[in-house]
Write a protein that binds this ligand. Sequence first.
Ligand SMILES: NC(=O)C1=CN([C@@H]2O[C@H](COP(=O)(O)OP(=O)(O)OC[C@H]3O[C@@H](n4cnc5c(N)ncnc54)[C@H](OP(=O)(O)O)[C@@H]3O)[C@@H](O)[C@H]2O)C=CC1
Ligand SMILES: CC(=O)C(=O)O
Ligand SMILES: [Mg+2]
Length: 568
Amino acid sequence: MYELPAFGSDSPIRTHLTGYDLVTKPMLNKGMAFSERERDVFRLHGLLPPHIGTIDEQIERRLRVMRAFNTDFERYAFLRDLQDTNETLFYAVLIRHFDELLPLVYTPTVGEGCQHFSEIWRKPRGLFLSYPNRHRIREILSDSRFDHVRVIVVSDGERILGLGDQGAGGMGIPIGKLSLYTGCAGIHPDLTLPILLDVGTNNHERLTNPLYIGWRHERIVGAEYDVFVEEFVSAVIERWPNVLLQWEDFAGSNASRMLAKYRDRLCTFNDDIQGTAAIAASTLLAAINVTGIPLTHQRIAVLGAGSAGCGISSLLLRVMVDAGLNEEQARKAFFLVDRNGLLLEGMEGITPAQTPFVQQRDVVKDWSLGKPDQIGLFDVVRNAKPTVLIGVSGQTGAFTEPVVREMAQNVERPVIFPLSNPTSRSEATPQQLIEWTDGRALIGTGSPFAPVQWHDRRFDIDQTNNSYIFPGVGLGVLAAGAKRVTDAMFMVAGKVVADMSPTVSDPHGRLLPPVDQLRAVSVAVARAVAIQAQADGVADVCDEATLDKRIQAIVWEPRYRPYELVVA
Ligand SMILES: NC(=O)C1=CN([C@@H]2O[C@H](COP(=O)(O)OP(=O)(O)OC[C@H]3O[C@@H](n4cnc5c(N)ncnc54)[C@H](OP(=O)(O)O)[C@@H]3O)[C@@H](O)[C@H]2O)C=CC1
Ligand SMILES: CC(=O)C(=O)O
Ligand SMILES: [Mg+2]
């Protein structure tokens, strides 16, 4: 159909498509920017208005239309449509206006996009692998359109942000994540493939919505689920032996089980566990530049001991051990609070991922508690006096005024990260945290928040989101030709982002580089990840200059290339 060019270059794209087939192919469409010569050669006269435009003009036109909508959800739907009509233009708009567009194509608006996915579905993008089609997975993957695929993001839609089970509508997440692979790390759209494993849904609203696009069935669980996922993963390995497979927004135990089961069989990682951990570590290391309290002296309370909570704790534990603590000392610094309170030794239902973080009963025996039979977040804050409070519970407002005021009484600069998405699920708003701590809190939020004005001070709010990490990890894996993804690759990714923090040179600076620098961040992450992959023996060794060239050769810029007609 067409040949992928060398991405960094402006060499012509060779295609045999002409006329309507050409302008309706999103990856090739240039709209009115087709030149007079191309209109002659590719028989486009009449299909397009006579005006010859430029990409700059098209960006302005699209922005004007987008801004005229009343709601962000309408803007999301408009941008999705643009992506399915003219992908180059979509990415050109995204990259030039990251600040404005990131919250529209990603969290928080992508959450609504998933909730209303069935209402706005228009054109095929990615693959729905539904349970009734389980015998056809290999056939579906075999389509030659997918020959170039190098990165897959897969979800089963069960834990979409903090919004729960969205069934097939969860497809919005793989699409959004891969838009960031391209937008932030320059990975060409044709190398990416969003996949939704449609194993049913337990969301009653979706099941009873006549417009619901998914398989109308309760979720498949247990052995049937595992066999289905196994069928999917083995088909992926067979079709693309070197693909990078990212697991996204799987619920509870499935997330960690699948990671453990498959991480040695292919090049794979779980973004909610590993990507989130890396950016939480970056933001904490940046905060330490401000507070001056070394990592080895931090006490860390985490609300929500699921995928993200345990992933963050495991990575921080490793960083603490690297900083000089032994493992036992480091473990004592963690206070993980789940639905039934602080994780304690002997508690029922402790998962393997939670096990390293259960606190000894001895530690809490003299604590003063609100209720004798359960240790809640307030009790932990009052007694353990954490220096860091991280929220990954999906529970709106769970960082209450008493909790935050109590923390601020014990710590000069409380480090508080309400990381749950979307905005509506945040454990607290930055405005609240600043007011309740008299402007002393150091804040990172999962979703974007506007700057807060408090008295005569303005606080920019940093977005502690795995979007700082996974695009660069993907680029690094591709550049290195890595065969596996190691934990150390996430550790270095987190450290690189911390090294780019404005606080390195200015203790009053913001914690993270702003999101309009995500392209530079992703390249830096990619470099470090690729070098680590080589050090870990999961990629062939090459010198750094070669690596830089490989990264440059992969990074695709969204601009129109000239076309050459291939005559069959
Ligand atoms: N900023 C970022 O980059 C990221 C943010 N997140 C956000 O973090 C949140 C959690 O994600 P993830 O860890 O994958 O989800 P999980 O479902 O794996 O974990 C959430 C945990 O919170 C527990 N929980 C629920 N209610 C409470 C409560 N009232 N008090 C304490 N714990 C509670 C859950 O228990 P139970 O299972 O019993 O309900 C579960 O163990 C989501 O909102 C997600 O959007 C996730 C990844 C990245
Ligand atoms: C950001 C992300 O991955 C999540 O909220 O699940
Ligand atoms: Mg996620």
